[in-house]
Design a protein around this ligand. Sequence first.
Ligand code: 5GP
Ligand code: ZN
Length: 116
Amino acid sequence: MADKDCIFCKIARHKIPSKIVYEDEDIIAFRDIDPKAPVHIILIPKTHIPSIKELIETDEKIIGKIHRISQKIAEDESIAQSGFRIVANTGPDAGQAVAHLHFHLIGGRKLSWPPG
Ligand code: 5GP
Ligand code: ZN
C-alpha cells in the first residue's frame, strides 16, 4: 500500500525522480539526495511501513532481503571490503525525518563511533 503524501512512496512509484541503484518487485535503492559519505544509499520496501516500530511478522522476509541486497550494493559500490554501516533511524530522538521505513547504507570513508 502507498501513502499518497509519502515522498519515499513517490520515489518507489517513479513519481519523483531519484538515482536508482537497485530495484525489484519488493525493494528500491537510490542515492541519498544529501549524502553524508562518498557512498550513501537509501533502501526501502516499496510497501509503506512507517518505521521499525510498526513492523509485523509478515515483514520479516523483506527486512532480511533488504540486508542481502545491501551486501550486493556494497560490493557494486566497492565498499564491501573497506566496510560500511546500515542505519535505520527510528522516531524523534534518532532524527527520523521520513516516515517510510528506510535503511541508510553508508561507506567510502572512516565512520566515527558512537554516532552523535
Ligand atoms: P532519516 O533522517 O529519515 O533517517 O533519513 C531520510 C534521508 O532521506 C535523508 O538522508 C535525506 O537526505 C533523504 N531524502 C529526503 N528526501 C529525499 C528525496 O527526495 N530524494 C532522495 N534521494 N533522498 C531524500
Ligand atoms: Zn511511504
